[in-house]
Design a protein. Structure first.
Ligand SMILES: Nc1ncnc2c1ncn2[C@@H]1O[C@H](COP(=O)(O)OP(=O)(O)OP(=O)(O)O)[C@@H](O)[C@H]1O
Length: 516
């Protein structure tokens, strides 16, 4: 059974003159990365709101991770939402909590030990470039900063499903690239990502599944899709752009194959040298991952006996591991989630095949899947995504194909190691990085700023950096039309954040109005 299933779903708002969603059928398998595209008002946000159970469908059936949302009692809604991460355009941060508390809260509700929270929160905040903003409240943040808090919260929670509504809508291209890197990394941990976007560049670079809505109806559902569809909007310009996007993907693959003898390379080596500042952030992410691994090792050691007993009682190691990860407060939720997993897939999850690391070697392994279970899962995944039909094969698909993650509570070590070592998914990010940093003219006719002139994900450029850059011999310009500080016009419903394109961290007076 699909992780997300919508059958004949219609949504009519009380004041709506037409259905916001009209008889929608949609199935999304575990591990997919799906872009929702479509004109303003086509129903993308409504679809996400229904999945989050913020809105109720007027008609039809919605099942998410085995939960029939029509039957979800109010009491179980918070627990249901714990299996979801959400990164929405208006951030949905808790206004009465600081940045630190917003991220910590995501861990508190799943019963994470206080010492672990104290260790993880600063690191995830560093990863997303929010050091120094820990004590700010949401109304004291710029749009980009608020979005980074939302991403940090989603990342730290390791959700089954991440719903994102225009997460890059308010951000400059480089910061958007960073967000896509993080979303891609989250997806590679096995989390299913459903992202509504108007960003053509991202969709065309990532080559993920694209579902297009038009007046509340799904008019296109393409694997490895592009932003515009020549099929539904058959003008020559759209056809040429879709064709070009496809060719660009193929070109990156071929170039990488020629360089490395393999189909793909890790992002770090696949991106241009101008991306070094972004790869510095990759180190931050790795540090964060290691701490999570180490913290989990401590938790596991502390609670190992109890977890083993529960594992034995349940007959599944994964439930035991979820208990140790989330603690007593989440016990009931985890157990119920386990039931959901059993209902939806009928199997527990095996560990991904990853190289051993010193930190991970001390951790208990989840039980191996039996051969028949593995074959069955493998077959199901191949039915949906035949290998030969996947030119831009993504790691998320590989995860499903290999059956490497079918349980939301797979140990963090496995998930993070998988994202660290498996690199085929980086093709999409590498294409996006090349595109963002190529200095080419964007959709709206303005040149992208060179990376040196924009904030880089997780690493604002300091005065020292600027001074050091000034002392360096000049690099050849990438495009004749570049002007420092000039950025692509944002494809957003909202105004761009003034602070996001500045080379220095935003000042208090550069903050936007309250975000809630
Ligand atoms: N709370 C509401 N009450 C009444 N109508 C609504 C409400 N929310 C959305 N709608 C309507 O439902 C339709 C779909 O809106 P929705 O926000 O889902 O579109 P969207 O594709 O997300 O648009 P955008 O890209 O601008 O975010 C629109 O016609 C909108 O006016």
């Amino acid at each position: 059974m699909a992780l997300i299933s919508m059958k004949h779903v219609t949504k009519i708002y009380p004041k709506g003159t037409r259905p916001a969603l009209d008889d929608v059928d949609l199935e999304i398998e575990r591990g997919n990365f799906v872009f929702l595209v479509g004109a303003s008002g086509s129903g993308k946000s409504t679809l996400l709101s229904l999945l989050l159970h913020e809105e109720l469908a007027t008609d039809g059936e919605i099942r998410v991770a085995g939960n029939d949302l029509r039957r979800l009692s109010n009491r179980r809604v918070p627990q249901y939402r714990r299996s979801l991460g959400f990164v929405f355009q208006d951030y949905k941060l808790l206004t009465n909590k600081t940045v630190w508390q917003n991220v910590a809260f995501a861990l508190e509700v799943i019963g994470t030990r206080r010492s672990t929270i104290r260790s993880l929160v600063p690191q995830v905040l560093k990863t997303v470039g929010l050091i120094g903003k820990e004590n700010n409240f949401p109304h004291e943040l710029s749009g980009g900063e608020a979005q980074r808090v939302a991403i940090a919260r989603a990342y730290v929670n390791h959700p089954q499903i991440l719903l994102a509504d225009e997460p890059t809508g308010n951000l400059d291209p480089t910061t958007s690239l960073g967000i896509m890197e993080v979303l891609d990394a989250i997806n590679r941990t096995g989390t299913t990502v459903v992202m509504a976007t108007h960003n053509e560049e991202i969709v065309n670079s990532m080559r993920k599944r694209v579902v297009e809505l038009h007046s509340g109806k799904i008019v296109r559902d393409e694997r490895n899709g592009s932003y515009d569809s020549a099929k539904f909007f058959p003008d020559a310009d759209v056809a040429a752009k879709a064709h070009q996007a496809l060719k660009r993907g193929a070109a990156v693959n071929v170039a990488q194959s020629a360089e490395s003898g393999a189909i793909s390379q890790p992002l770090v080596s696949a991106v241009p040298s101008s991306m070094e500042s972004s790869t510095a952030n990759a180190h931050d992410m790795d540090r964060f991952k290691n701490t999570l691994v180490e913290s989990k090792a401590v938790n596991d050691a502390d609670e190992g006996h109890e977890a083993s007993r529960r594992s034995a009682d349940n007959g599944t190691g994964s439930k035991g591991s979820s208990h140790t990860e989330h603690g007593e407060a989440a016990e009931q939720g985890s157990a119920e989630q386990g039931k959901v997993e059993q209902n939806s897939s009928g199997v527990s999850s095996p560990a991904p095949s990853v190289p051993p690391s010193s930190a991970s070697s001390t951790l208990p392994q989840p039980p191996a899947k039996t051969e028949s279970e593995a074959v069955e899962h493998h077959k199901d995944a191949h039915d949906e995504f035949p290998t030969e039909a996947r030119p831009g094969t993504s790691l998320s698909d590989e995860h499903v194909t290999n059956g490497t993650r079918t349980n939301s509570h797979a140990p963090a070590r496995d998930a993070f190691n998988a994202s660290q070592y498996e690199d085929t998914a980086n093709e999409g990010i590498a294409r996006l990085a090349k595109s963002v940093h190529s200095g080419k003219t964007g959709r709206y006719g303005k040149a992208f700023a060179p990376v040196e002139n924009t904030l880089t994900w997780g690493k604002g450029i300091t005065a020292e950096d600027v001074k050091a850059a000034a002392n360096k011999p000049p690099t050849p310009p990438k495009a004749a039309s570049h002007e420092p500080g000039q950025v692509k016009e944002h494809n957003s419903k909202r105004q761009s954040s003034p602070s996001a394109s500045q080379p220095t961290p935003p000042s208090a007076d550069g903050h936007e109005e309250a975000k809630q």
